[in-house]
Design a protein around this ligand. Structure first.
Ligand code: THU
Length: 163
């Protein structure tokens, strides 16, 4: 029997002021996208801005439904739209943020497990690391250099039967 340890690394920015001009723009777009969430049930508004390898930026927000599981997170709304609109263009950088109307978010909002799985597949399909930046309404901003840092030991289509 052997035991293995998996380590992950991420960058912590003290606040928005430390971000590059490009990252500030993406975060602003993600914040604007969050205001367009359809979050009537949770009231938790999530926004994402995704920079593609062709320079296009796609934004999206969470979309809820009275049949709760039918709704979709902002990250997947954005990724699915980007892949539909620009098939086969790799995803370079995803910025995610949220608004909690009852309590200001003072720490970053990391993507849920299901979104990590979806992002992981697009990262592998794109053949390049996708940076993921996570921000609250204020305070620190976290960044991983790859979805693999958020989802070690990920499942992939490589495990599926070949025919
Ligand atoms: N949500 C996201 O959009 N992204 C996440 O990573 C976590 C959760 C949404 C789903 C739901 O509309 C609301 O936030 C509350 O869970």
């Amino acid at each position: 029997m052997k035991k293995f340890e998996i380590k992950t690394t991420f960058t912590v920015y003290e606040n928005e002021g430390e971000l590059s001009v490009e990252d500030k723009k993406l975060l602003k777009m993600a914040r604007e996208a969050a205001t367009r969430a359809y979050a009537s049930y949770s009231r938790f508004q999530v926004g994402a801005a995704l920079l593609l390898d062709n320079g296009e930026i796609v934004t999206g927000s969470n979309q809820e439904n009275c049949a709760y599981p039918s709704g979709l997170c902002a990250e997947r709304t954005t990724a699915f739209y980007a892949s539909s609109r620009y098939p086969n263009v790799p995803f370079k950088k995803l910025v995610v943020t949220a608004i909690n109307p009852s309590k200001k978010l003072t720490s970053p909002v990391p993507p849920c497990g299901a979104c990590r799985q979806v992002l992981s597949e697009y990262e592998q399909k794109g053949g390049m690391p996708m940076i993921v930046m996570m921000a609250g309404e204020e305070g620190e901003i976290w960044q991983v250099e790859s979805v693999a840092d958020l989802l070690p030991l990920s499942f992939s289509g490589d495990y599926l039967p070949e025919d």
